[in-house]
Design a protein. Structure first.
Length: 266
């Protein structure tokens, strides 16, 4: 943790990243994450078969097509900073599969049903995320101090963040929950940071707000939006992780989420 500043910050609002900031994924190897996510994909495939949309041969085609399109849209997201939600990927694959009964297919292409399919898709991976040991007490302290709190997360399914916060009884501590799936653009796009400030009612005072996250996208977007930035230490690096350029260097570095309390006036 950096040396404590002489004058503590009195924040109007704090924006938290989600993964590896508030919550962590146990044994976070990329292969394990994919394995758990694909359990959810298989659940979706089996459900669609049980509903009469697929036969045995079509299940494998569906699963492989979703994996392929997920990789394709992931690369597109990196280039464009746009988000392609799971619901849209599922819709794309279903619409482009051959030999599906149109009258059955139609009922699975509504926004409501596609979101329910996405819930199934992410159900196993959502269960694997758990709060850090100091997350809840930190949020309680900030909430009691009447500081506005937001989550800002890059995720392909908006409901996942909401469901995980509710499961662990943390949802009520947040004034605002913003996801790339819901907004349509990913961090570090400045617009999603500005949108979060607007929803908090703090667009007029970004310098009185903090951005706390664990990766370059949080620091880049936070700096562009004129927020005070805090980089939380992570014990590992993601494959192809973006380095933080000197001009986006965080204002402060912390080891764990509760360290933020050492920098602010309560």
């Amino acid at each position: 943790m950096d040396n404590l500043i002489k004058t503590k910050i009195k924040p109007e609002g704090i924006i938290f990243d989600f993964g590896f900031t508030l919550f962590h994924f146990e044994n976070p190897a990329l292969e394990r994450y994919r394995e758990i996510e694909y359990q959810g994909l298989n659940l979706v495939a089996e459900f669609l078969k049980s509903e009469g949309l697929f036969n045995d041969n079509q299940i494998g085609t569906f699963v492989e097509n979703v994996k392929k399109q997920k990789r394709k849209f992931r690369q597109l997201s990196i280039k464009t900073k746009l988000e392609y939600p799971t619901a849209k990927i599922l819709e794309f694959v279903l619409k482009n599969m051959k030999n599906l009964e149109p009258s059955i297919l139609k009922k699975f292409l509504t926004t409501e049903i596609l979101n329910k399919l996405s819930d199934k898709y992410h159900s196993f991976s959502d269960d694997a995320w758990i709060p850090f040991s100091d997350t809840k007490q930190t949020l309680i302290t900030l909430f009691d101090a009447k500081i506005k709190i937001a989550v800002l997360s890059n995720t392909r399914h908006n409901n996942s963040i909401i469901n995980m916060l509710k499961k662990h009884h943390l949802f009520d501590y947040f004034n605002v929950i913003i996801t790339s799936a819901g907004f349509g653009k990913r961090k570090p796009n400045i617009e999603i940071f500005q949108h979060t400030l607007e929803k908090l009612g703090l667009s007029h005072c970004p310098k009185s707000c903090l951005m706390i996250g664990d990766e370059a996208a949080d620091m880049i977007g936070g700096k562009k939006a004129k927020l005070n930035t805090f980089l939380i230490k992570r014990s590992f690096k993601f494959p192809f992780e973006q380095d933080i350029l000197p001009k986006y260097k965080p204002d402060f570095r912390i080891n764990k989420i509760s360290d933020i309390l050492n920098y602010i006036q309560i």
